[in-house]
Design a protein around this ligand. Structure first.
Ligand SMILES: C[S@@+](CC[C@H](N)C(=O)[O-])C[C@H]1O[C@@H](n2cnc3c(N)ncnc32)[C@H](O)[C@@H]1O
Length: 403
């Protein structure tokens, strides 16, 4: 069927309506296009479709620069839009979720600033499947593997492993590197295969081996961000690009405001200590809360020279302490009611939220609003060009400052 698209949704699909009024989310389409589509999923209230042919193209459309997109690779879902259009679409997504999910009135919407980043050769962490011993991504819209010769968005240190590495009979592998340390790590699922081909410098780890030897030394690599060297264990979270982590640190720093010896700084969902070791470095009191035991061990090393309270456990179980600045960088599900209640319990005069899912961001912004925190600034740090992933940094201040 032919459809005319009118808008863009947070999942990276264009939106159209059938003659019946039913909404159709179309993968591979952009707003203001006429496309011939095939339905891939049908529900009563909506359907999903994929583009068979673009009849009338948006001026924002380009040929995807990577040949694997045409072959069905599901790694990048926005290569068919110009880099400028990708940023505009992401700004539109953030405004849309704030209106629809966050229920913000137009007059309460902030400017959505954007920090653009290089669109190729950037990723320093990637998880793939193994197909015939080679690295593979997931095929678009399925769990099936699709082999790739090379990857446009991977850092050259990892692209070399994709091109030349052999990963034996593993099911999946996560490749990680420090762009500035040059160190590389391959994390296999379920275990490190005996038959593998990787350069000698690549440190290996396997999920089954790590489970069996919980007390053993976990393999790690190092990355340098904002002049600080971080140890990152095989299973610890770290941002997907070094320059992107610099940009996040800069953005969080500018939203957090001045920090000195009188500042009580709390880093929730603190990981290996990225924000605590940089933005919070000058604070008089520093607390980090993190539930991954491996990340907590890393944070202890990364904040080694500091007198910091590092709390190993879930934010939901933490007893909030009085703070001036709270930085919170939760997983995709966001803060939720409990996380927001903990932040409100600190009575912080400044809250900086780092969100990797726009819908969760809008829900959290609404929950913070209900706790009398006003959304002040909002910046997209474009960590994931060529894809529809949106990373939002936002700041909140109390409606009536409480001192
Ligand atoms: C998006 S990462 C951010 C980490 C760190 N801020 C950084 O930028 O590197 C989210 C972190 O929250 C941790 N985490 C997830 N759920 C949590 C929870 N309920 N309580 C505490 N930490 C949690 C994860 O282990 C992960 O390290």
């Amino acid at each position: 069927m032919q459809l005319r698209t009118t808008a863009f949704a947070k999942g990276g699909e264009a939106i159209a309506r059938e003659s019946t009024g039913r909404v159709v989310f179309i993968a591979g389409a952009l707003p203001d296009e006429t496309v011939e589509v095939e339905l891939t999923e049908e529900r009563k209230e909506f359907a999903r479709a994929r583009v068979l042919e673009v009849i009338e193209a948006s001026p924002d459309r380009i040929a995807p620069p990577c040949p694997h997109v045409a072959e069905g690779c599901g790694g990048c879902d926005l290569q068919h839009a110009t880099p400028e259009a990708q940023l505009r679409l992401k700004q539109g997504i953030v405004l849309d979720v704030l209106r629809k999910i966050g229920r913000f009135a137009d007059e309460d919407l902030p400017e959505i600033d954007v920090v653009p980043l290089a669109a190729t050769g950037y990723r320093t962490t990637v998880r793939g499947l193994v197909l015939n011993e080679r690295f593979a991504f997931q095929r678009r819209g399925s769990n099936d593997p699709i082999g790739v010769e090379s990857c446009l968005v991977l850092h050259p240190l990892l692209d070399e492993l994709v091109r030349e590495g052999r990963f034996g009979n593993a099911h999946a592998v996560t490749l990680r590197c420090g762009a500035r340390s040059g160190e590389r790590l391959a994390f296999f699922e379920p275990r490190v295969p005996r038959r593998r081909q990787l350069p000698d410098d690549v440190v290996t780890a396997g999920s089954a081996e790590l489970r069996a030897d919980r007390k053993g030394q976990m393999p790690s690599y190092r990355e340098v961000v904002a002049g600080h060297t971080f140890r990152i264990s095989a299973t610890s979270f770290f941002q997907v690009r070094a320059g992107g982590a610099d940009a996040l640190v800069d953005t969080v720093r500018s939203m957090a405001g001045p920090i000195d010896q009188s500042t009580r700084f709390v880093d929730l969902y603190g990981g290996v200590g990225l924000f605590a070791a940089t933005v919070g470095a000058a604070a008089g009191l520093l607390t980090l809360v993190e539930q991954s035991a491996a990340a907590v061990r890393d944070a202890r090393i990364n904040l080694g020279g500091r007198d910091a309270r590092i709390i190993s456990g879930a934010v939901e179980a933490w007893t909030p302490e009085r703070a001036d600045v709270v930085v919170a960088d939760p997983a995709r599900s966001g803060l939720g009611k409990l996380g927001v209640a903990k932040i409100a319990g600190t009575r912080a005069s400044r809250v900086v939220l780092v969100s990797c899912d726009p819908a969760a961001f809008a829900r959290d912004a609404q929950l913070l609003k209900a706790k009398k925190y006003r959304l002040e600034r909002c910046t997209i740090v474009d960590l994931f060009p060529q894809t529809s992933h949106v990373e939002v940094v936002s700041s909140f201040v109390p409606d009536a400052p409480d001192d």
